[in-house]
Design a protein around this ligand. Structure first.
Ligand code: PMP
Length: 360
């Protein structure tokens, strides 16, 4: 018989949605709007798209395994040294490297109860133990998370802004946490939505890395840079932590197309600024639309809103899909919707109104 470790057997695969074209055919719809994966509705940076063409002539070559130019560009941008920059096949991959590098069987990883699902998956795959700490008003409770640290704790995940809630932790809260975190714990600041956050008291996590604390900041080109399909993200950490992660990192994990596109996207401030202001403006519109329907989304510093639909979320998801709009059902009655283009957001609000009116 096949022998599989119980930890691996316990994993539930991440089920991606069906391709849009397939869904359109099945449901007989001419158009489906996807507001399910927190992608940039404006698309990729045009500069990134333009940078891809020239790479095609050298697709027979392996990529630069050390990603020299991209790491140098990121080091300059964030005022760290290149040996503090680590690339991943999406920041997802770095989460896996962290779990495998720092967790021995039964070591613990502290995380919030409602956060990015991949943390738990990677911790389990590394035979570690996830310690989930209840949130407070939809926010990370950093003092309870500090209380949850034991001598077996090796990782502590802070998703800021948090997926799926959109909420953030403040500089004051992070400072108090960092005063209590012992040296054996690596603090993971997952900042996939960093570029969207505009609160004055948003935590400066990179400062802790620069102080030499055992911490890593994860960012990605998948969200505001609009390059989710290329799979490229990065970590900023101490040279020591980077050197350990690099021992496990597959040598060519960042492909050549992604590296070139990322360099170009990094230099495309115009696209980032446009994306950020569209998100800000449209998030206000979607929030008001939800409130007009009697719903109360949580405050969000990201590019999505999270709300209690007051009914079965899976059924709501299905009903919205039949109306041609894909959202994300998280759990129970909780639903997450990505902020899209103005017209997409109107389609979402109209579809939601229809469904709620039909089945009050
Ligand atoms: N962290 C968070 C909080 C996310 O929401 C996502 C994307 N869903 C990721 C990490 C992974 O992003 P990627 O692998 O595309 O860089």
């Amino acid at each position: 018989a096949l022998i599989v470790h119980p930890d691996i057997d316990s994993l539930v695969p991440y089920v991606p949605g069906k391709p849009i074209e397939e869904l359109q055919r099945e449901l007989g719809l001419s158009r489906i709007v996807k507001l399910a994966s927190n992608e940039n509705p404006l698309g990729p940076s045009p500069k990134a798209v333009a940078a891809i063409g020239p790479v095609t002539g050298s697709l027979h070559r392996y990529p630069d395994g050390g990603a020299f130019r991209l790491r140098t560009a990121l080091a300059e941008r964030w005022k760290v040294t290149p040996d503090q920059v680590l690339l991943g096949n999406g920041s997802d991959e770095i989460l896996g490297l962290l779990a495998r590098t720092f967790l021995s069987p039964a070591d613990e990883a502290v995380m919030a109860s409602e956060t990015f699902v991949i943390y738990k998956m990677e911790v389990t795959a590394a035979h570690g133990k996830s310690v989930t700490v209840p949130m407070k008003n939809g926010r990370h409770d950093l003092s309870a998370m500090a209380d949850a640290i034991t001598p077996r704790t090796r990782l502590l995940f802070i998703c800021n802004p948090n997926n799926p809630t959109g909420t953030m932790v403040t500089e004051t809260e992070v400072r108090a946490l960092m005063q209590r975190v012992p040296e054996q714990v690596v603090v993971v600041f997952d900042e996939a939505y960093y570029e969207y956050a505009d609160a004055a008291d948003y935590a400066d996590s990179l400062a802790y890395v620069k102080q030499g604390r055992h911490a890593i900041v994860l960012r990605t080109f998948s969200k505001i840079y609009g390059l989710a399909g290329l799979r490229i993200g990065y970590g900023l950490t101490t040279p020591e932590i980077a050197s350990y992660l690099n021992r496990l990192r597959p040598p060519f994990n960042a492909n050549s197309v992604a590296q070139e596109a990322a360099i170009a996207a990094l230099g495309d401030e115009t696209h980032v600024t446009r994306s950020r202001s569209l998100n800000r403006e449209q998030m206000a519109v979607v929030r008001q639309g939800l409130e007009a329907l009697g719903l109360t989304p949580l405050p969000s510093q990201a590019n999505f809103l999270y709300f209690d639909a007051g009914r079965d979320g899976r059924e709501l998801f299905q009903a919205l899909l039949r109306e041609g709009v894909i959202v994300r059902h998280i759990e129970g009655s909780m639903v997450r919707v990505t902020i899209g283009l103005p017209e997409e957001n109107q389609m979402f609000l109209a579809a939601l109104r229809n469904v709620l009116e039909r089945e009050p």
